[in-house]
Design a protein around this ligand. Structure first.
Ligand SMILES: Cc1cc2nc3c(=O)[nH]c(=O)nc-3n(C[C@H](O)[C@H](O)[C@H](O)COP(=O)(O)OP(=O)(O)OC[C@H]3O[C@@H](n4cnc5c(N)ncnc54)[C@H](O)[C@@H]3O)c2cc1C
Length: 221
């Protein structure tokens, strides 16, 4: 593919992720009755019937439940469920990481249905930016950039273009261009659903230390 001259130096990604760390409150909730738990699943977003998830490397993850949220509200429901039932959450995109970072015995949240480019715009602070949901594939973002007037491109990206935005940011994936930034270096702002089920925003302006940890998070933040 021939890339246009103008490059998107910064990417604005809506990263939807959530990790719940066990708290005193969750331990209390563990004593919740089974019937009450089933009620919670009726009321809140339900898991899929999948029993396992196999990564590209062949790691077979067998969590208690696999979720595939379709919206931010679904994701918040999953986190609330985890909180009620004292469970931890790990995430996955396209499952092409060589590591076992998505491994969990509790809840696995696969974000591929959270796929959309919501905006390509020029900002005073960052220049051209693209905003996308966590599960958006690289090729979907590249198509949106090419359709823009003027056409745009990332400085560099990993070769397989089906990887998810959140997957490449979490592991700081890189392309083949020497001295080009990694995917997580391109992020100027991101949003995560935190353990309390609320949407949190991270940026350099708000808190550079937290922002750095949120970007290259290895699915552990
Ligand atoms: C054939 C092949 C070619 C590759 N080529 C390259 C390359 O050119 N350059 C390169 O740098 N790497 C490369 N890799 C590695 C790959 O780019 C990374 O592993 C990348 O993360 C894959 O994206 P994914 O969507 O599959 O992420 P996944 O493997 O699904 O997830 C990666 C990590 O991100 C976390 N995560 C995913 N989504 C979220 C979320 N929403 N919230 C919080 N955490 C989340 C997961 O927990 C996990 O820790 C390659 C791997 C393969 C198998």
């Amino acid at each position: 593919m021939t890339y246009p001259n103008r490059t998107v130096t910064l990417i604005l990604v809506l990263l939807i992720a959530s990790i719940f760390f066990e708290t005193y409150e969750s331990r209390v909730h563990k004593s919740i009755k089974r019937n009450e738990l089933i009620e919670n699943f009726k009321r809140l977003f339900a898991p899929t019937s999948e029993k396992s998830f196999t990564t590209w490397f062949g790691n077979v993850i067998t969590p208690q439940y696999i979720f595939r949220p379709n919206s931010l509200d679904d994701l918040k429901d999953i986190v609330k469920n985890a909180k009620i039932n004292g469970k931890k959450i790990r995430c996955a995109g396209r499952g092409h990481s060589w590591t076992s970072l998505s491994n969990t015995k509790d809840y696995l949240v696969i974000v591929n249905n959270l796929s959309n480019v919501t905006e390509v715009t020029k900002t005073d602070t960052y220049g051209w930016t693209i905003t996308a949901l966590a599960g958006t594939q690289i090729k979907t973002m590249e198509q949106a950039l090419l359709k823009n007037n003027p056409p745009l491109a990332f400085k560099t990206m990993p070769a397989p273009d089906f990887f998810s935005a959140s997957g490449i940011i979490a592991v700081a994936a890189h392309g083949g261009v020497t001295a080009a930034p990694s995917a997580s270096d391109l992020v100027v702002k991101l949003q995560m659903v935190s353990g309390d089920g609320e949407l949190q925003e991270f940026s350099n302006e708000k808190d550079p230390v937290e922002f750095n940890a949120a970007k290259l998070n290895l699915g552990e933040f």
